[in-house]
Design a protein around this ligand. Structure first.
Ligand code: MF3
Ligand code: CO
Ligand code: CO
Length: 269
């Protein structure tokens, strides 16, 4: 395993790719409403990335070993879908919880971020769905708050696991955060569970994502026949939030922030 330490020039380009990624999520937010299809959301995001931002949507035709090319420009995962849901023609319903995962490529560099949306607004959802989305957002930020030179990757996983499990939720193990740069998925793997003080030491110039997937029920997952969509085995709700993080000399910088990014959880204040 070899983790690339980014140069000053790489970092400048990752800042731009990251901000543009956040801005796609800002742009799509007012379009997430009951009756809209995820295919429409995909098309809107695609056109915004390509025509307004002059970016490439990284998911489109992405084909890691063993996978068929991903057919759309963003991932949309609803309710019991954990990740990699494929946009389709089913209209969103009031109370659905939806993850939109956007990955931009700008000038050869990637930005990767996802957010949860409650279709029809907070009041439309069950208390459980709302709590799951909130706790998962807290998990993301608790993980981010561990990032500094000298800390270890296990410190990130440990705080995420502890918080999720303290709420009666479970952590998906099969997918993790990842290094990112000129490539979509690089070393290291950033697990969302683990033990403090274990794993690789975090160094300035590393860039990786943190993207916890948290289930309201059991941790087990299965894959649908489309070759991409991951669902909870027990069909319980699942949530995910993601940011791309630069390790700075004294901590971290969140590269995928944008004007419309949700406020940091009160728990961290
Ligand atoms: N954006 C996802 C991640 O956070 C990866 C999606 S791969 C795709 O790593 F092909 F489904 F887009
Ligand atoms: Co990612
Ligand atoms: Co992503």
């Amino acid at each position: 395993m070899s983790i690339e330490i980014k140069t000053a020039e790489d970092i400048e380009k990752m800042r731009l790719a990251g901000r543009l990624c956040g801005e796609v999520l800002d742009y799509i937010t007012p379009h997430v409403k009951p009756g809209v299809t995820t295919e429409t959301l995909d098309k809107l995001c695609h056109d915004y990335m390509v025509n307004v931002q002059d970016c490439i949507p990284a998911p489109l035709n992405y084909a890691p070993p063993g996978y068929t090319p991903y057919p759309k420009s963003v991932c949309t995962s609803i309710n019991h879908q954990v990740c990699h849901g494929i946009p389709n023609d089913r209209p969103l319903k009031k109370g659905d919880i939806l993850n939109i995962d956007v990955t931009t490529i700008k000038d050869g560099y990637h930005g990767d971020s996802s957010r949860m949306f409650i279709v029809g607004g907070e009041e439309a959802s069950t208390i459980l769905a709302r709590r799951l989305c909130k706790v998962t957002h807290e998990c993301l930020w608790l993980g981010i708050s561990q990032v500094r030179p000298g800390a270890r990757l296990g410190d990130i996983g440990a705080v995420i696991q502890k918080h999720a499990e303290s709420q009666g939720f479970s952590i998906v193990r099969e997918f993790c955060g990842h290094g990112i740069g000129r490539r979509f998925h690089e070393d290291p793997q950033v697990l969302h569970y683990g033990k403090p003080g274990t794993g690789i030491e975090i160094e300035p110039g590393m860039i990786f994502t943190i993207e916890p997937m948290i289930n309201a029920g059991k941790a087990a997952i299965s894959e649908l026949n489309d070759g991409w969509t991951i669902v909870t085995k027990d069909r319980s709700l699942s949530a995910q939030w993601e940011h791309t993080i630069l390790v700075t000399p004294d901590g971290y910088e969140v590269l995928t922030l944008s004007a419309g990014a949700p406020a940091n959880p009160a728990l961290l204040a």
